[in-house]
Write a protein that binds this ligand. Structure first.
Ligand code: XIL
Length: 364
Protein backbone atom coordinates (compact mmCIF):
# COMPACT_ATOMS: atom_id res chain seq x y z
CA UNK A 1 0.00 0.00 0.00
CA UNK A 2 1.16 3.51 -0.74
CA UNK A 3 2.06 5.67 2.24
CA UNK A 4 0.26 8.99 2.66
CA UNK A 5 3.30 10.86 1.39
CA UNK A 6 3.67 8.62 -1.64
CA UNK A 7 0.01 9.21 -2.44
CA UNK A 8 0.60 12.94 -2.27
CA UNK A 9 3.75 12.67 -4.36
CA UNK A 10 1.91 10.77 -7.07
CA UNK A 11 -1.03 13.22 -6.97
CA UNK A 12 1.57 15.91 -7.36
CA UNK A 13 3.00 14.22 -10.43
CA UNK A 14 -0.45 13.75 -11.93
CA UNK A 15 -1.64 17.33 -11.38
CA UNK A 16 1.57 19.24 -12.07
CA UNK A 17 3.95 16.95 -13.90
CA UNK A 18 6.35 17.70 -11.08
CA UNK A 19 8.09 14.46 -10.22
CA UNK A 20 9.57 13.98 -6.78
CA UNK A 21 11.35 10.64 -6.67
CA UNK A 22 10.56 9.07 -3.31
CA UNK A 23 14.25 8.05 -3.26
CA UNK A 24 15.60 11.58 -3.95
CA UNK A 25 17.05 13.43 -0.93
CA UNK A 26 13.99 15.68 -0.89
CA UNK A 27 11.56 12.78 -1.37
CA UNK A 28 13.17 10.82 1.48
CA UNK A 29 13.09 13.83 3.71
CA UNK A 30 9.42 14.52 3.06
CA UNK A 31 8.41 10.87 3.22
CA UNK A 32 10.12 10.62 6.62
CA UNK A 33 8.44 13.75 7.86
CA UNK A 34 6.68 12.23 10.85
CA UNK A 35 9.80 10.47 12.09
CA UNK A 36 11.90 13.59 11.65
CA UNK A 37 9.71 15.72 13.91
CA UNK A 38 11.61 16.68 17.05
CA UNK A 39 10.07 16.02 20.44
CA UNK A 40 7.89 18.85 21.75
CA UNK A 41 9.61 21.84 23.27
CA UNK A 42 12.84 21.54 21.32
CA UNK A 43 14.11 24.96 20.34
CA UNK A 44 15.38 25.15 16.82
CA UNK A 45 18.02 27.58 15.65
CA UNK A 46 15.59 29.25 13.30
CA UNK A 47 14.79 32.91 13.01
CA UNK A 48 11.63 34.67 11.91
CA UNK A 49 10.32 38.13 11.23
CA UNK A 50 7.80 39.14 13.90
CA UNK A 51 4.69 41.29 13.77
CA UNK A 52 4.12 43.47 16.80
CA UNK A 53 0.38 43.12 17.14
CA UNK A 54 0.07 39.35 17.52
CA UNK A 55 3.33 39.27 19.46
CA UNK A 56 1.66 41.40 22.05
CA UNK A 57 -1.87 40.03 21.95
CA UNK A 58 -1.81 36.38 20.90
CA UNK A 59 -0.44 33.67 23.13
CA UNK A 60 -0.31 31.06 20.32
CA UNK A 61 1.76 33.34 18.15
CA UNK A 62 4.15 34.16 20.97
CA UNK A 63 4.46 30.49 21.85
CA UNK A 64 5.30 29.56 18.24
CA UNK A 65 8.03 32.17 18.08
CA UNK A 66 9.45 31.11 21.43
CA UNK A 67 9.30 27.46 20.51
CA UNK A 68 10.91 27.72 17.09
CA UNK A 69 13.18 30.74 17.08
CA UNK A 70 16.52 31.77 18.47
CA UNK A 71 16.51 35.04 16.57
CA UNK A 72 13.89 37.48 15.40
CA UNK A 73 13.72 40.55 13.20
CA UNK A 74 10.95 43.13 13.13
CA UNK A 75 8.81 42.94 10.00
CA UNK A 76 8.62 46.65 10.64
CA UNK A 77 9.70 48.99 13.39
CA UNK A 78 13.23 49.87 12.34
CA UNK A 79 12.28 51.09 8.87
CA UNK A 80 12.47 54.83 8.26
CA UNK A 81 8.72 55.02 7.79
CA UNK A 82 8.16 53.56 11.25
CA UNK A 83 10.99 55.30 13.10
CA UNK A 84 10.89 58.79 11.57
CA UNK A 85 7.37 60.25 11.28
CA UNK A 86 9.07 63.64 11.04
CA UNK A 87 12.62 64.83 10.57
CA UNK A 88 13.04 65.59 14.24
CA UNK A 89 11.32 62.60 15.86
CA UNK A 90 12.67 59.09 16.38
CA UNK A 91 10.00 56.67 17.65
CA UNK A 92 11.67 53.65 19.19
CA UNK A 93 8.71 51.98 20.94
CA UNK A 94 8.34 49.05 18.53
CA UNK A 95 11.99 48.02 18.24
CA UNK A 96 12.41 48.55 21.99
CA UNK A 97 9.57 46.10 22.63
CA UNK A 98 10.94 43.61 20.10
CA UNK A 99 14.33 43.77 21.76
CA UNK A 100 12.82 43.32 25.22
CA UNK A 101 10.91 40.26 23.99
CA UNK A 102 14.03 38.81 22.36
CA UNK A 103 16.17 39.39 25.42
CA UNK A 104 13.58 37.99 27.83
CA UNK A 105 13.43 34.81 25.75
CA UNK A 106 17.13 34.33 25.10
CA UNK A 107 16.94 35.37 21.44
CA UNK A 108 18.79 37.93 19.40
CA UNK A 109 17.19 40.71 17.34
CA UNK A 110 18.46 41.55 13.84
CA UNK A 111 18.28 45.13 12.61
CA UNK A 112 16.28 45.75 9.41
CA UNK A 113 17.06 48.19 7.80
CA UNK A 114 19.07 51.44 7.68
CA UNK A 115 19.33 52.34 3.98
CA UNK A 116 16.51 51.32 1.61
CA UNK A 117 14.52 52.94 -1.16
CA UNK A 118 11.29 51.60 0.37
CA UNK A 119 9.23 52.55 3.44
CA UNK A 120 10.45 56.14 3.36
CA UNK A 121 8.35 58.82 5.06
CA UNK A 122 7.14 61.60 2.76
CA UNK A 123 9.28 64.28 4.35
CA UNK A 124 12.44 62.61 3.02
CA UNK A 125 11.36 63.66 -0.52
CA UNK A 126 12.38 67.18 0.42
CA UNK A 127 16.03 66.19 0.91
CA UNK A 128 17.42 68.33 -1.89
CA UNK A 129 21.21 68.34 -1.87
CA UNK A 130 24.12 65.95 -1.45
CA UNK A 131 25.15 67.64 1.79
CA UNK A 132 21.66 67.31 3.23
CA UNK A 133 21.39 63.65 2.17
CA UNK A 134 24.72 62.86 3.76
CA UNK A 135 23.74 64.63 6.97
CA UNK A 136 20.38 62.79 7.17
CA UNK A 137 21.68 59.32 6.31
CA UNK A 138 24.77 59.50 8.52
CA UNK A 139 22.79 61.08 11.35
CA UNK A 140 20.15 58.34 11.11
CA UNK A 141 22.71 55.54 11.30
CA UNK A 142 24.46 57.23 14.22
CA UNK A 143 21.24 57.65 16.16
CA UNK A 144 19.65 54.29 15.48
CA UNK A 145 22.68 52.00 15.56
CA UNK A 146 24.08 54.04 18.43
CA UNK A 147 20.98 53.44 20.52
CA UNK A 148 21.20 49.67 20.02
CA UNK A 149 25.00 49.39 20.05
CA UNK A 150 26.04 46.01 21.45
CA UNK A 151 22.41 44.89 21.62
CA UNK A 152 21.53 44.49 17.93
CA UNK A 153 24.51 42.58 16.61
CA UNK A 154 23.60 42.12 12.96
CA UNK A 155 22.27 44.87 10.67
CA UNK A 156 20.89 45.01 7.15
CA UNK A 157 22.76 48.24 6.57
CA UNK A 158 21.77 48.41 2.91
CA UNK A 159 18.65 46.75 1.54
CA UNK A 160 17.84 46.07 -2.12
CA UNK A 161 20.49 48.23 -3.82
CA UNK A 162 20.28 46.44 -7.19
CA UNK A 163 17.43 47.24 -9.60
CA UNK A 164 15.07 44.51 -10.86
CA UNK A 165 16.34 44.94 -14.39
CA UNK A 166 19.91 46.25 -14.13
CA UNK A 167 20.68 48.19 -17.31
CA UNK A 168 24.39 47.54 -16.78
CA UNK A 169 26.62 45.89 -14.22
CA UNK A 170 27.06 49.19 -12.45
CA UNK A 171 23.38 49.99 -12.18
CA UNK A 172 22.15 50.90 -8.68
CA UNK A 173 18.48 51.19 -7.73
CA UNK A 174 17.14 54.73 -7.51
CA UNK A 175 16.45 56.07 -4.01
CA UNK A 176 16.79 59.48 -2.44
CA UNK A 177 20.31 58.42 -1.39
CA UNK A 178 21.28 57.25 -4.87
CA UNK A 179 19.81 60.38 -6.43
CA UNK A 180 21.62 62.80 -4.13
CA UNK A 181 24.88 60.94 -3.38
CA UNK A 182 25.29 58.38 -6.16
CA UNK A 183 26.64 54.90 -5.49
CA UNK A 184 29.04 56.27 -2.90
CA UNK A 185 26.14 56.36 -0.40
CA UNK A 186 26.57 52.60 0.05
CA UNK A 187 30.20 52.81 1.18
CA UNK A 188 29.36 55.84 3.31
CA UNK A 189 26.56 53.93 5.05
CA UNK A 190 28.80 50.93 5.74
CA UNK A 191 31.69 53.05 6.98
CA UNK A 192 29.36 54.98 9.25
CA UNK A 193 27.87 51.74 10.59
CA UNK A 194 31.34 50.33 11.34
CA UNK A 195 32.31 53.52 13.15
CA UNK A 196 29.14 53.55 15.27
CA UNK A 197 29.28 49.88 16.27
CA UNK A 198 32.60 48.24 15.35
CA UNK A 199 31.41 44.85 16.66
CA UNK A 200 28.23 44.68 14.59
CA UNK A 201 27.84 42.34 11.63
CA UNK A 202 27.22 44.55 8.58
CA UNK A 203 25.05 43.07 5.86
CA UNK A 204 23.88 43.97 2.36
CA UNK A 205 20.54 42.31 1.75
CA UNK A 206 19.08 41.47 -1.67
CA UNK A 207 16.33 39.51 -3.45
CA UNK A 208 15.84 37.73 -6.81
CA UNK A 209 19.35 36.31 -6.72
CA UNK A 210 18.41 32.64 -6.94
CA UNK A 211 16.28 32.01 -10.03
CA UNK A 212 16.85 30.60 -13.50
CA UNK A 213 16.76 33.20 -16.27
CA UNK A 214 18.80 36.00 -17.83
CA UNK A 215 17.23 38.71 -15.68
CA UNK A 216 18.33 36.98 -12.50
CA UNK A 217 21.78 36.21 -13.87
CA UNK A 218 22.20 39.89 -14.64
CA UNK A 219 21.08 40.77 -11.12
CA UNK A 220 23.67 38.38 -9.64
CA UNK A 221 26.36 39.94 -11.83
CA UNK A 222 25.44 43.48 -10.85
CA UNK A 223 25.36 42.48 -7.18
CA UNK A 224 28.78 40.78 -7.41
CA UNK A 225 30.20 43.85 -9.14
CA UNK A 226 29.06 46.00 -6.22
CA UNK A 227 30.38 43.58 -3.59
CA UNK A 228 33.77 43.26 -5.30
CA UNK A 229 34.06 47.00 -5.59
CA UNK A 230 33.32 47.50 -1.88
CA UNK A 231 35.81 44.81 -0.86
CA UNK A 232 38.48 46.21 -3.18
CA UNK A 233 38.12 49.57 -1.47
CA UNK A 234 38.25 48.02 2.01
CA UNK A 235 34.75 49.12 2.86
CA UNK A 236 33.62 47.26 6.01
CA UNK A 237 31.13 44.58 5.02
CA UNK A 238 30.74 41.17 6.64
CA UNK A 239 27.87 39.32 5.06
CA UNK A 240 25.48 39.03 2.19
CA UNK A 241 21.82 38.55 3.06
CA UNK A 242 19.77 36.51 0.61
CA UNK A 243 16.19 37.44 1.28
CA UNK A 244 14.92 34.27 -0.38
CA UNK A 245 11.39 35.34 -1.31
CA UNK A 246 11.14 32.31 -3.57
CA UNK A 247 8.70 32.56 -6.46
CA UNK A 248 7.34 29.10 -6.67
CA UNK A 249 6.81 29.13 -10.44
CA UNK A 250 10.47 29.93 -11.22
CA UNK A 251 13.07 27.20 -10.68
CA UNK A 252 16.18 27.85 -8.62
CA UNK A 253 19.36 28.23 -10.66
CA UNK A 254 21.32 25.85 -8.45
CA UNK A 255 24.59 26.19 -10.33
CA UNK A 256 24.32 29.96 -10.71
CA UNK A 257 23.41 30.44 -7.06
CA UNK A 258 26.14 28.25 -5.61
CA UNK A 259 28.72 29.87 -7.90
CA UNK A 260 27.52 33.28 -6.68
CA UNK A 261 27.85 32.15 -3.09
CA UNK A 262 31.31 30.68 -3.59
CA UNK A 263 32.37 34.06 -4.98
CA UNK A 264 30.99 35.80 -1.90
CA UNK A 265 32.90 33.35 0.29
CA UNK A 266 36.11 34.03 -1.64
CA UNK A 267 35.64 37.69 -0.78
CA UNK A 268 35.44 36.71 2.88
CA UNK A 269 31.72 37.34 3.17
CA UNK A 270 29.35 35.25 5.27
CA UNK A 271 26.01 34.23 3.82
CA UNK A 272 22.72 34.63 5.65
CA UNK A 273 19.23 33.69 4.53
CA UNK A 274 17.24 36.61 5.87
CA UNK A 275 13.61 36.57 4.63
CA UNK A 276 12.75 33.10 3.39
CA UNK A 277 9.20 32.38 2.22
CA UNK A 278 7.51 30.98 -0.88
CA UNK A 279 5.32 33.18 -3.03
CA UNK A 280 2.75 30.55 -3.99
CA UNK A 281 0.44 32.76 -6.02
CA UNK A 282 0.80 30.65 -9.16
CA UNK A 283 0.94 27.15 -7.64
CA UNK A 284 -1.96 24.68 -7.92
CA UNK A 285 -4.63 24.96 -5.24
CA UNK A 286 -4.73 21.84 -3.05
CA UNK A 287 -2.80 22.72 0.11
CA UNK A 288 -1.07 19.34 0.49
CA UNK A 289 0.27 19.46 -3.05
CA UNK A 290 1.13 23.11 -2.84
CA UNK A 291 2.99 22.68 0.45
CA UNK A 292 5.22 20.00 -1.05
CA UNK A 293 5.97 22.07 -4.14
CA UNK A 294 6.83 25.02 -1.91
CA UNK A 295 9.02 22.84 0.31
CA UNK A 296 10.82 21.48 -2.73
CA UNK A 297 11.73 25.00 -3.81
CA UNK A 298 13.06 25.72 -0.34
CA UNK A 299 15.05 22.49 -0.53
CA UNK A 300 16.59 23.44 -3.89
CA UNK A 301 17.39 26.91 -2.62
CA UNK A 302 19.03 25.86 0.64
CA UNK A 303 20.84 22.98 -1.04
CA UNK A 304 22.36 25.38 -3.57
CA UNK A 305 23.27 27.90 -0.89
CA UNK A 306 24.97 25.18 1.11
CA UNK A 307 26.84 23.92 -1.92
CA UNK A 308 28.57 27.30 -2.07
CA UNK A 309 29.10 27.90 1.64
CA UNK A 310 28.07 26.80 5.11
CA UNK A 311 24.78 28.52 5.89
CA UNK A 312 25.30 30.87 8.79
CA UNK A 313 21.72 31.70 9.59
CA UNK A 314 18.19 31.14 8.29
CA UNK A 315 15.33 33.50 8.99
CA UNK A 316 11.87 33.22 7.48
CA UNK A 317 9.73 36.29 6.81
CA UNK A 318 7.08 35.36 9.35
CA UNK A 319 6.37 32.06 11.08
CA UNK A 320 2.70 31.31 10.29
CA UNK A 321 0.55 31.64 7.15
CA UNK A 322 -1.81 33.61 9.38
CA UNK A 323 0.51 36.62 9.30
CA UNK A 324 2.40 37.20 6.08
CA UNK A 325 3.07 40.04 3.67
CA UNK A 326 2.55 37.72 0.64
CA UNK A 327 -1.22 38.22 0.02
CA UNK A 328 -0.74 41.97 0.08
CA UNK A 329 1.35 41.75 -3.06
CA UNK A 330 0.72 38.27 -4.48
CA UNK A 331 -2.90 37.36 -3.75
CA UNK A 332 -4.07 34.16 -5.41
CA UNK A 333 -6.61 34.48 -8.23
CA UNK A 334 -8.58 31.42 -6.97
CA UNK A 335 -9.35 33.08 -3.64
CA UNK A 336 -7.49 30.41 -1.66
CA UNK A 337 -5.21 31.51 1.12
CA UNK A 338 -1.49 31.90 0.45
CA UNK A 339 0.71 29.39 2.30
CA UNK A 340 4.22 30.86 2.19
CA UNK A 341 5.57 29.99 5.66
CA UNK A 342 6.77 27.02 7.76
CA UNK A 343 3.65 26.81 9.98
CA UNK A 344 0.06 26.91 8.72
CA UNK A 345 -2.52 29.36 10.06
CA UNK A 346 -3.22 27.03 13.00
CA UNK A 347 0.47 26.73 13.81
CA UNK A 348 0.79 23.20 12.45
CA UNK A 349 4.21 22.44 10.97
CA UNK A 350 4.37 22.12 7.17
CA UNK A 351 6.85 20.26 4.95
CA UNK A 352 8.77 23.54 4.61
CA UNK A 353 9.63 23.35 8.31
CA UNK A 354 10.96 19.83 7.86
CA UNK A 355 13.21 21.06 5.08
CA UNK A 356 14.49 24.06 7.02
CA UNK A 357 15.15 21.94 10.10
CA UNK A 358 17.07 19.51 7.94
CA UNK A 359 19.41 22.25 6.78
CA UNK A 360 19.76 23.71 10.25
CA UNK A 361 20.60 20.31 11.70
CA UNK A 362 22.87 19.41 8.87
CA UNK A 363 25.24 22.33 9.16
CA UNK A 364 28.69 21.92 7.70
C1 XIL B 1 7.48 44.03 4.04
C2 XIL B 1 6.68 43.75 5.31
O1 XIL B 1 6.58 42.37 5.48
C3 XIL B 1 5.33 44.39 5.20
O2 XIL B 1 4.60 44.18 6.40
C4 XIL B 1 5.51 45.86 4.91
O3 XIL B 1 4.32 46.47 4.74
C5 XIL B 1 6.32 46.06 3.64
O4 XIL B 1 7.55 45.42 3.78
N1 XIL B 1 11.69 42.79 1.42
C6 XIL B 1 12.06 43.42 2.59
C7 XIL B 1 11.08 43.58 3.66
O5 XIL B 1 13.24 43.72 2.77
O6 XIL B 1 11.31 44.72 4.45
C8 XIL B 1 9.66 43.58 3.15
O7 XIL B 1 8.79 43.57 4.25
C9 XIL B 1 9.42 42.39 2.25
C10 XIL B 1 10.35 42.41 1.06
Amino acid sequence: MLSRRETILSALRATTGFAVAASSPFGTLIAGEAAAQPAGGVRLPLGAAVRDDPLEKEADYRAAIIRHCTQIVGEGGLKWYDLRPSRERFVYDRPDRQLAFATANGMTLRGHTLVWYGAMPDWTKSISSAAEAEREMVGHIEQVMGRYRGRIKSWDVVNEAIPDEPASRSDIRPSIWQQRLGESHIALALRTAARVDPQAQLVINEYDIEFVGPRFRRKREAFLRLLRDLKLRNVPLHAVGLQGHLRAEIPIDKEGLSAFISECRTMGLQVLVTELDVVDEKLPGPPEVRDILAASRVYDFLDAVRAGSPIDSILTWGITDRYTWVPLYFKRADGLENRPLPLDRDYRPKPMLTVIEHFLRDRR
